[in-house]
Design a protein around this ligand. Structure first.
Ligand code: GRF
Length: 212
């Protein structure tokens, strides 16, 4: 069985979607551990509920980002992960961390990358009057929210939408696409090579997999 480690900072609804997909055998893998950089992250409860070891590492207890990441890497590696899944992990990772897990480090970002890297994506979409928004699953590289996109899902934005409306609509899509991509990866169908994502031996375009 392949090993999954998930990193969170908050609610953990994407973590839950991956827990459910493992239980329903939609992913051939097991979540060995969940790590949070916040002690109050609700996702830790979700992990414990599913009998998954749940750990907290607080940045305040480390002298530097590098020291935090070194400890995190050591604790993650104790679970021999085939894939490390960032699911709302709100922390910049050091170059060493990214290099250590290169090609097996996934993230989900709530925008149609390369649009809106960084924070407050839903707010920017509303402020700019965009009619289409979405979410992207991508490999993590040194460039913030800039690694090769694997799969995107689009959602419409309606007149009068609040930030909460848009967030909920995007998250519904996230819960469908993130488990799907983790499953592809663990089935050996997905790799990162030459700064691109490849699925079943085919180089994916900049916006990721697109069904015709
Ligand atoms: C998601 O919307 C994800 O795109 C972003 O952070 C949010 C995490 O939500 N990176 P949750 O903690 O999985 O509910």
């Amino acid at each position: 069985m392949k090993n999954i480690v998930v990193l969170i900072s908050g609610n953990g609804s994407n973590l839950q979607a991956i827990i459910d997909a493992c239980e329903n055998k939609k992913i051939s893998g097991t979540i060995r551990a969940v790590f949070s950089n916040r002690a109050d992250a609700f996702g830790l409860e979700r992990a414990r509920e599913a009998n998954i070891p749940a750990h907290t590492l607080l940045a305040s207890q480390f002298a530097s980002r590098e020291a935090f990441d070194r400890e995190l890497m050591q604790e993650i590696d104790a679970y021999a992960p085939d894939v490390v899944v960032l699911a709302g992990f709100m922390r910049i990772l050091s170059a060493d961390f990214v290099a250590h897990y290169a090609g097996r480090l996934l993230n989900i970002h709530p925008s149609l990358l390369p649009k809106y890297p960084g924070l407050h994506t839903h707010r920017q979409v509303l402020e700019n009057g965009d009619e289409v928004h979405g979410t992207s699953v991508h490999f993590v590289t040194d460039e913030l929210d800039g690694g090769p996109v694997i799969l995107q899902a689009q959602v419409p934005v309606f007149a009068g939408d609040s930030e909460e409306d848009v967030t909920a609509r995007v998250q519904t899509q996230e819960h469908a696409i993130y488990p799907l991509v983790v499953g592809w990866f663990l089935d050996g169908r997905l790799v990162m090579q030459d700064n691109s994502a490849w699925l079943d031996g085919v180089r994916l375009p900049a916006q990721g997999y697109a069904a015709d």
